[in-house]
Ligand binder design. Structure first.
Ligand SMILES: Cc1cc2nc3c(=O)[nH]c(=O)nc-3n(C[C@H](O)[C@H](O)[C@H](O)COP(=O)(O)OP(=O)(O)OC[C@H]3O[C@@H](n4cnc5c(N)ncnc54)[C@H](O)[C@@H]3O)c2cc1C
Length: 448
C-alpha cells in the first residue's frame, strides 16, 4: 500500500511521508478522547503504526467542564497535549487534523490537511450537543461540550453579572440574573448546582450591590425526575439537595422556544432570561461517508460486539460515537467515560487478533457504577447495588475524578483549586478573557 499522504497547506499541494515502519499495518484513529487515547496506549510496542488525528492538539477531560464554566478551576487543568501523552511511544504519531469524510472504498479519509490512507480505521470522534433540529435554540442557548464552550459560558455569566450591577431597569436586571439549565442529567444537575453555589457563596462577595434573592437558577427536565438514568434513591437525593440549595426544578417540562429574551416551556411558563445553558441531549459526531444503514439512534455508528462498523471489515467505532447493539446492550453502551475507555482498550486486543489471523473476543461492558455531584459535600453514587449520597459520595466523586485526570500537573492544579474553594468558600478563576457577543453568539478577541 502506498504510504504517502497529500498535504494541502496554504494553497500549496505537496506530499509528505508518514512516519512508518515498512510492512507494518497502519491503524488510523480519529479522536483523542478517552476511547482514542486508551486504544492507542494499548498498542504501545505492538507491531503496528498508530496515527492519531484530532482537531485539537489536546485531550479534554469533559466531566470537569462545568467547573471551568463556573470559574472553579482553570481551563488548562482539564486538558493535556496529545503528543505529550505519547512521548515514549515509538510506534505513535499525531497530526492536528479535522476529518471531514471517510472514503472506505479507497481505504482513505479526507481531512483539512489532505487525504490519509489507512489499513484499519477507528472512529472515536465522541458526541456533540443535540438541539433536536431547533435552529433558534441552537443559536441562542449555550452548549458545553468543549473548553471553548465552557469559557463562553464563564465569560457570558460574568458579563451579565457586570451588566446587572449597572442597569437601572429592574426587568433587565431580573433577566440578566435568571439562569436556566435545560436537561436534568448529570451535566445539568452539576451545572445548576454550581450556579446555585455561585449565588449562595460568591454573588454578594464579588458584587455587593447584588443580592442572592436577585439571582434565580432553574433546572428544566422533560422526565418526571432528575438524574433519570441513576437509581430512584440517587435521583431523589439529588432533587432534595438541589432544592435545598435554591434550584427551582421543573420536571416533566419541555422547552418550546428561546429567542435570546424569553424561554417558553410547554407547561405555560415563560422565563425572561439572558442565560440558557443547554444540556438536554447529545448526538454522535460522525464524519461524512458512512451509509445510513451504519447509523443508529442518536446519530451513533452501529457496530457489532468487536466494535466493527456494520457493513465494513476494517472500519471500527468506539466510545460515544458508537452504538454497540447486542442482545445484552440493545441501546448501545452508555455514553460515559468508562464505556469509551473499555471499548478502546478492548479493540486494541481485537485489532491485534485480526492482524494475526486469530479469533476475536466479544466485548463485555463492566458497569463500575455512576456518580454525580451537586455541590460541596453533596453528591450521589450508585456503585453495584449500593446507593449513597452526601459526604462519602462527594469524597468518592472527588477521588475518582482526580485520579482520572490526565497529567500529574493537572491533578495538582485541580486539587489546589478544590482546596482553596473548601477553605475559603470562594474560587479564583472568574476572568472575562474573551468577550462573548450575545448577538453573534461568538467569542471575540481581546481588545487593547
Ligand atoms: C459536560 C460533560 C460532563 C460529563 N461528565 C461525565 C461524568 O461525570 N462521568 C462520565 O463517565 N462521563 C461524563 N461525560 C461523558 C464523557 O466525557 C464521554 O463519555 C467521553 O468523553 C467519551 O469519550 P470519547 O473518546 O468517545 O469522545 P470524546 O472524549 O468526546 O473525544 C472525541 C475526540 O474526537 C475529536 N474529534 C471529533 N470530531 C473530529 C473530527 N472530525 N476530526 C478530528 N477530531 C475529531 C474531538 O476533538 C475529541 O478530542 C461528560 C461529558 C460532558 C460533555
Amino acid at each position: 500500500m502506498n504510504r504517502f499522504y497529500t498535504y494541502f497547506g496554504q494553497g500549496k499541494h505537496r506530499s509528505m511521508e508518514l512516519k512508518k515502519t515498512a510492512g507494518r499495518p497502519r491503524i488510523v484513529i480519529i479522536g483523542g478522547g478517552f476511547a482514542g487515547i486508551n486504544l492507542a496506549k494499548k498498542l504501545k510496542d505492538k507491531p503496528v503504526d498508530v496515527l492519531l488525528l484530532d482537531k485539537h492538539n489536546y485531550h479534554t477531560f469533559q466531566p470537569l467542564l462545568y467547573q471551568v464554566a463556573m470559574g472553579q478551576i482553570e481551563a488548562d487543568s482539564i486538558a493535556f497535549p496529545l503528543r505529550r501523552i505519547f512521548t515514549s511511544q515509538k510506534n505513535f504519531n499525531f497530526y492536528l487534523a479535522d476529518v471531514q469524510k471517510i472514503n472506505a472504498e479507497k481505504n482513505t479519509l479526507t481531512a483539512n490537511i489532505g487525504d490519509i490512507e489507512y489499513d484499519y480505521l477507528v472512529i472515536a470522534t465522541g458526541a456533540n450537543t443535540n438541539f433536536f433540529g431547533n435552529q433558534q435554540i441552537a443559536h441562542y442557548t449555550m452548549p458545553m461540550k468543549n473548553i471553548g464552550e465552557a469559557l463562553n459560558i464563564r465569560s457570558f455569566m460574568l458579563q451579565n453579572f457586570e451588566k446587572a450591577v449597572i442597569t437601572n431597569d429592574p426587568a433587565e436586571k431580573a433577566a440578566l440574573l435568571n439562569f436556566v439549565v435545560v436537561g436534568g442529567g448529570p451535566t445539568g444537575v452539576e451545572l445548576s448546582g454550581a450556579l446555585a453555589e455561585m449565588r449562595n457563596l460568591v454573588l454578594d462577595k464579588d458584587y455587593p450591590t447584588l443580592s442572592k434573592d436577585d439571582m434565580h437558577v432553574y433546572l428544566v427536565e422533560g422526565k418526571p425526575v432528575v438524574l433519570g438514568a441513576m437509581s430512584a434513591a440517587s435521583a431523589d437525593a439529588a432533587k432534595k439537595a438541589l432544592t435545598n440549595m435554591g434550584v427551582e426544578i421543573r420536571n416533566s417540562a419541555h422547552v418550546q422556544s428561546y429567542d435570546g429574551q424569553e424561554l417558553r416551556i410547554d407547561d405555560g411558563t415563560v422565563i425572561k432570561t439572558r442565560n440558557v445553558f443547554w444540556a438536554a441531549g447529545v448526538m454522535g459526531e460522525v464524519p461524512d461517508g458512512l451509509p445510513t444503514e451504519s447509523i443508529f439512534r442518536g446519530n451513533r455508528i452501529l457496530t457489532d460486539d468487536i466494535s466493527r462498523v456494520t457493513g465494513y471489515q476494517n472500519v471500527f467505532a468506539i466510545g460515544d460515537v458508537a452504538a454497540m447493539v447486542t442482545p445484552e446492550t440493545p441501546n448501545g453502551i452508555p455514553g460515559m467515560a468508562q464505556g469509551a475507555i473499555q471499548t478502546g482498550q478492548h479493540l486494541a486486543k481485537n485489532l491485534l487478533h485480526l492482524i494475526n489471523g486469530e479469533n476475536t473476543e466479544p466485548f463485555k461492558y463492566y458497569d463500575k457504577g455512576s456518580l454525580a455531584t451537586i455541590g460541596q459535600y453533596k453528591a450521589v453514587a450508585d456503585i453495584w447495588k449500593l446507593h449513597f449520597h452526601g459526604y462519602p459520595a462527594w469524597f468518592l466523586w472527588m477521588f475518582v475524578h482526580l485520579m482520572s485526570l490526565v497529567g500529574f500537573s493537572n491533578k495538582l492544579s485541580v486539587l489546589a483549586s478544590w482546596a482553596v474553594k473548601y477553605f475559603t468558600q470562594n474560587t479564583d478563576n472568574r476572568l472575562i478573557v474573551r468577550f462573548f457577543n450575545a448577538e453573534t453568539r461568538m467569542a471575540e478577541p481581546e481588545t487593547k
